[in-house]
Design a protein around this ligand. Structure first.
Ligand SMILES: *Cc1c(COP(=O)(O)O)cnc(C)c1O
Length: 419
């Protein structure tokens, strides 16, 4: 996270001292770096330069309007998984023509909205969904461009909860049923078959699973070609991992070079536009969660640092046993102790880091790193905790891009019984 730097013993995000952000906006607060987002995007853009390619940003990683806007301005497409995310793309002023709509359970209302605004493509995950999109499009006098999400049955070798490309997962169309489903698709009214896609999982730190999935898709495209079904694009999904601890994921350039080498060698796909849907790899290391130590305590066996952020703000540790580096904002020269960094929520799963060596006093600030993706986006109001504020730093300037939620808003939609 090279947008973080210690100056005079104080951690700065770009040119802004983190204690100043805590002072102005309170804690917990998510802090993102404009340059980190834009530069990381640029790495993907450069790796696709001169090619017919569209790199989409998978909104579910972090769907703040300011981030959508920054990426739209940079030329990104968007991968969405709900009507709500489509509304966010529109609210951020981005074009629906660059949107691909993924997800196993698209509702009628979501399909109708997507048809009405004109998304670029539906990534279809089952025969039932395909038929339902066709019927919905007919009913609405519209036409739907579709791609079939094929499950390539490759092992992404990542956490089971974020692995999606194995036969046993709920995602996509089974590989050996795909040809038949394409044949059905071209026969359905109001359906235009335009592509093929896959997404094999997230936080993948090797190139091989991506190439294995691509090879499986290429074989299908060849078989489709032989049956006279021509596609316009191939979409390889997202899933490229980032460094949380000591992982060594490939760079965007290394991954995309390997993909394009394979594509260029295959006559069946060489002419197709290539799409990607990256989330974590674009924003994961562009954010941190700033939190304050409320209390230090020891139960004799373990020391705990109880902070004002919790599992409702950052769920990844509780959900996937995920590791986030945690650093002091103003390191002390007192001896380090080993702490479990935990939140105030009434669940033993409410921890943010275990056995961390830190020099702490009550009131100190901590930065929980690599918290740009699947962090704020997964937050909740459990324990009636207002969600954190979000800011984007841009050199010396700090923009508030989401206010801390007022407590009253958490029950504003609730009603007591009238009698
Ligand atoms: C979540 C998701 C992505 C993005 O995954 P990352 O690991 O964040 O890159 C892309 N495509 C689909 C269909 C997804 O569900």
């Amino acid at each position: 996270m090279d947008w973080l730097e210690s100056r005079d013993g104080i951690l700065h995000a770009e040119g802004v001292a983190l204690p100043d952000i805590a002072e102005r906006f309170g804690t917990p607060t998510y802090v993102y770096s404009r340059s980190a987002i834009v530069e990381r995007w640029g790495a993907f853009a450069e790796a696709t330069a001169g090619r017919r390619a569209l790199v989409c940003y998978a909104l579910k990683a972090n769907s703040n309007l300011a981030i959508i806007d920054l990426l739209a301005r940079a030329g990104a497409g968007f991968d969405i998984v709900s009507g709500g995310e489509l509304r966010r793309v529109l609210a951020a002023g981005a074009s629906p023509e660059r949107v691909v709509f993924s997800g196993v359970g698209k509702s009628t209302a979501e399909i109708e909205l997507a048809l009405r605004v004109g998304v670029r493509c539906f990534n279809v995950e089952s025969e039932s969904e395909l038929k339902w999109i066709s019927a919905t499009a007919v009913r609405n006098g519209a036409s739907a461009a579709v791609s079939l999400r094929v499950n390539p049955d490759v092992d992404a070798r990542t956490h089971p909860y974020i692995s999606t490309g194995l036969r046993e997962n709920k995602f996509g169309v089974a590989y050996d049923q795909a040809l038949e489903l394409y044949q059905l698709a071209v026969s359905l009214p109001a359906i235009e078959v335009v592509g093929i896609d896959c997404h094999i999982g997230s936080q993948i730190t090797e190139i091989e699973p991506f190439v294995a999935a691509l090879d499986r898709l290429i074989a299908l495209v060849e078989a489709l070609e032989a049956r006279g079904i021509a596609l316009r694009h191939i979409d390889l999904g997202g899933g490229l991992g980032i460094r949380y601890d000591d992982e060594r994921p490939p760079t965007p350039r290394a991954m995309l070079d390997a993909i394009f080498a394979r594509i260029d060698a295959s006559p069946a796909v060489r002419g197709l536009e290539v799409l990607f849907e990256f989330g974590r790899a674009i924003v994961g290391n562009a954010g941190l969660l700033l939190t304050r130590v409320e209390y230090l305590k020891s139960n004799g066996e373990r020391r705990f640092a109880i902070v004002d952020a919790a599992m409702n703000d950052l769920m990844r540790p509780a959900l996937y046993d995920a590791y986030h580096r945690i650093v002091e904002v103003q390191p002390r020269d007192t001896p380090r102790q080993v702490y479990d960094v935990v939140g105030p929520i009434c669940e033993s799963g409410d921890w943010l880091g275990r056995a961390r060596s830190l020099a702490l006093a009550e009131g100190d600030l901590l930065a929980i790193l690599s918290a740009g993706a699947y962090a704020m986006a997964m937050s909740s109001n459990y324990n009636t905790r207002p969600r954190a504020a979000e800011v984007i730093v841009d050199r010396e300037t700090t923009h508030l891009v989401r206010e801390r939620e007022p407590v009253e808003s958490l029950y504003a939609l609730e009603r007591r019984l009238s009698e």
